[in-house]
Every structure is written in structure tokens, then in C-alpha cells.
Design a protein around this ligand. Structure first.
Ligand SMILES: *[C@@H]1O[C@H](CO)[C@@H](O)[C@H](O)[C@H]1NC(C)=O
Ligand SMILES: *[C@@H]1O[C@H](CO)[C@@H](O)[C@H](O)[C@H]1NC(C)=O
Length: 171
């Protein structure tokens, strides 16, 4: 009885386990978010996001990767900043330059580890906001410039299972 219940719970938890992240564009112009490795079961590597628009993506437990803004892209994915291989639907990390939102989902002991980073460069401000609540009482962490702002290259942790917002040009 007990092993069976435990097995069923394990299967259920495995199906349910995904972390949703809403990407918001506050830049006042179109940006092209990129995600590597790709989100949504490997199907979404990047997309166009118009001014004030948002899109929610899903990352599986054990995911480790980054989300970043590309600016000034054409239809082929040639961008002024943050360009990657694969065009708009990115299939590689950025060649260099953009601010990163780094995430490890369920990295250790049921915690996510995350932070905005300017270690590869800086293009626009990047904020990460875990949903506010008793589980993770942390406001937005915002990298506002190379080595400036809370969280440029600091790592934060929240319990796995909460929702995050990644804001480009968040103020
Ligand atoms: C993530 O979003 C999907 C689609 O809206 C929803 O079905 C799912 O329950 C969400 N997952 C979590 C952990 O909130
Ligand atoms: C994006 O690329 C992935 C593979 O990396 C593919 O599965 C998916 O269909 C592509 N999406 C679009 C819109 O082309």
C-alpha cells in the first residue's frame, strides 16, 4: 500500500513539476527574448516581444540556463545585441554582450537558484521577481548596469514551485 502510494505520488509530482516564468518587455520598443537551453520542452528558444507585451514560458525541474534580451533584430535574428545562432528561435547561447537572467530550477534540496548577471556584458536592465509570499520574501533583484544594481552576479534562492517574472528594462 505505502510503496504504491509513494510511487503514484512520484509520478504525479513528475508530471506536475515545471516552473513558469513570465517575461515582460518594458523597454519601450520591441525586444527578442532568447532562452538557452530552450523552454517549453525544448520548443521555444526565442521569440519577438513587442513593447509592454509578455509571454509565460515553462522550464522543467533540473533546468539550468539563461534568458536574455536581444535588441535591434531583423527577421533573420541578426541583432544589435544578444544575437545567437538559429535566428529568432535561438539555438545557442549569445555570442556575447547581453545581460542574463540565470536560472537553475530545483538545483539542490528543492531550491531554485537565480540571479541577473552582467558577467558576459550588459545591454538592458534585467530584473527577476519571484512571486511575493511567505515562501520567498524577496523583492525584485535588478541588474541596472555593469556591476551596478542589486544582483548583478549575486545568486538568490527560492523554494522550487513558485512563479517568477523576468522584466527587461524593469524600473
Ligand atoms: C504553468 O502554466 C501552465 C499553463 O498555463 C499551467 O497549466 C501550470 O499549472 C502552471 N504551472 C505551475 C507550477 O504554476
Ligand atoms: C524552435 O526550435 C525548436 C528546436 O530547437 C523546434 O522544436 C521548434 O519547433 C521551433 N519553433 C519554431 C516556431 O520554429
Amino acid at each position: 500500500m505505502l510503496p504504491c502510494a509513494a510511487l503514484m505520488f512520484g509520478i504525479f509530482a513528475g508530471i506536475a513539476a515545471a516552473t513558469n516564468i513570465t517575461i515582460v518587455n518594458s523597454c519601450g520598443e520591441t525586444v527578442w527574448p532568447a532562452i538557452f537551453p530552450a523552454a517549453n520542452g525544448g520548443e521555444l528558444g526565442g521569440f519577438e516581444l513587442t513593447e509592454n507585451d509578455y509571454l509565460t514560458i515553462s522550464l522543467p525541474d533540473g533546468y539550468s540556463g539563461r534568458i536574455w534580451p536581444r535588441t535591434g533584430c531583423d527577421a533573420f535574428g541578426n541583432c544589435e545585441t544578444g544575437a545567437c545562432q538559429g535566428g529568432i528561435n535561438c539555438t545557442s547561447p549569445a555570442a556575447g554582450g547581453p545581460t542574463l537572467a540565470q536560472f537553475t530550477i530545483d538545483g539542490y534540496a528543492n531550491f531554485d537558484y537565480f540571479g541577473p548577471s552582467a558577467v558576459d556584458g550588459f545591454n538592458v536592465p534585467v530584473a527577476i521577481t519571484p512571486d511575493y509570499g511567505a515562501e520567498c520574501n524577496l523583492g525584485p533583484v535588478i541588474c541596472t548596469g555593469q556591476d551596478e544594481g542589486e544582483g548583478c552576479d549575486e545568486t538568490f534562492a527560492c523554494p522550487t514551485g513558485i512563479h517568477y517574472t523576468v522584466g527587461f528594462c524593469h524600473s
